[in-house]
Design a protein around this ligand. Structure first.
Ligand code: DAH
Length: 360
């Protein structure tokens, strides 16, 4: 009688186990058989009702049944687990042999390309790259560059000031890359030969001004550096950059607080028929500001102006990119218009170098 009951239960449980379609159903089978109130667990309670001579054999049969059920549950669980994993892998399958979509192709922004070209040309002449923070203090952006307090040139920069902090200091967004001249002279020993490309900020917006734009600064500090070195460097730069071997340059006297004497450099061009062409065609185009570093600036950096002298120059990167690549409106540089980026962008592997070629 007892035997029959066990046999019947075995058939039922193993059948249910086999039929379980997922982990939840299988767990229900386990609880129904081996749980506290499960059918197999319940058999043990029958034990006490049996005559003592039958108890041992019955107990062994129940234990065997429990082992069998446990093994069947484990096997089914493993099989279901494999099936679930297979289903998940099948669902998440990615065909890595598919070609990438053509839209995924990126390009180098003309500003990055121009900076790379500038670095390649000055790198060839022995210049290193220096940089500094976009958020500056008054000392580096103005005072150390020989802008006296209240000097009108400070106002001309249309500075973005940050709110005053607890210490009463007012930081600002640097209005030019010149403060990195100060940082470089205060942290490196001459001879110094650096270019400083980077972002600059002024509160201005129209066809030819954006509140954020880029400049590159040039700085050479040594003991016997003069204005003809400055002219030679800049001339070599514009000739290589614009790809015009005999491009003429012209220096006009100018004023910057941090240079003495100061000059603006023009390059030859033509404006015939409203079209701007770089080359020796009789007309002139202003391209950058430059000069010999003012002794006050050298002094402010803790160097002796009787020993050290040098030259500096500053140039707008957007401006020279527009001139070289025929980009008419400055504001379009920062609109992230995909069609513009595709049109004016450069191939990622087209790395500019003086020997390998710049671009177009
Ligand atoms: N910092 C000047 C500006 O933003 C540009 C400049 C002019 C930099 C002459 C120089 C320089 O280093 O010598 O307008």
């Amino acid at each position: 009688m007892a035997n029959e009951k066990i046999e019947q239960l075995r058939g039922e449980i193993l059948g249910a186990c086999n039929a379980a379609a997922d982990m939840t159903a299988l767990e229900a089978v386990r609880v129904a058989a081996l749980g506290k109130k499960g059918s197999v667990t319940g058999l043990m309670k029958d034990l006490s009702a049996l005559p003592p001579e039958e108890r041992k054999a019955f107990g062994q049969q129940v234990n065997t049944l429990r082992d069998e059920v446990t093994a069947a549950l484990d096997a089914k669980k493993a099989a279901l687990g494999d099936a679930e994993l297979d289903a998940k892998l099948a669902k998440e399958r990615i065909d890595i042999s598919l070609p990438v979509r053509p839209e995924a192709k990126g390009s180098i922004h003309p500003i990055s390309q121009t900076m790379d070209e500038i670095a390649a040309i000055f790198g060839q002449m022995g210049f290193e790259i220096a940089d500094g923070p976009d958020i500056e203090d008054d000392f580096h952006n103005f005072t150390a560059l020989n802008f006296p307090p209240g000097h009108p040139a400070r106002e001309m920069h249309d500075t973005f000031f940050l709110p005053e902090n607890e210490k009463g200091e007012r930081y600002l967004l640097r209005t030019h890359t010149s403060p990195v001249q100060i940082r470089t002279m205060m942290s490196q020993k001459p001879p110094i030969r650096v270019i400083i490309p980077g972002r600059t900020y002024r509160c201005d917006y129209d066809m030819t001004h954006t509140p954020m734009f880029h400049q590159v600064e040039l700085l050479v500090i040594d003991t016997e550096t003069n204005m003809s070195h400055l002219r030679g460097c800049l001339q070599e730069f514009v000739r290589t950059y614009f790809g015009v071997d005999d491009l003429t340059t012209r220096f006009r006297p100018s004023f910057f607080p941090f240079t003495e004497p100061s000059a603006e450099m023009d390059i030859g061009c033509s404006r015939k028929g409203g079209e701007l062409k770089i080359g020796n065609h009789g007309d002139w185009l202003e391209i950058l500001g430059c000069g010999m570093v003012h002794p006050n600036v050298i002094k402010a950096c803790g160097l002796d102006p009787n020993i050290y002298q040098g030259f500096a120059a500053g140039m707008g990167i957007e401006r020279i990119a527009m001139l070289k690549y025929g980009i008419p409106d400055l504001r379009t540089f920062f609109e992230s218009d995909l069609r513009w980026l595709r049109h004016y962008g450069f191939a990622a592997l087209d790395v500019p170098s003086v020997t390998g070629g710049l671009s177009r």
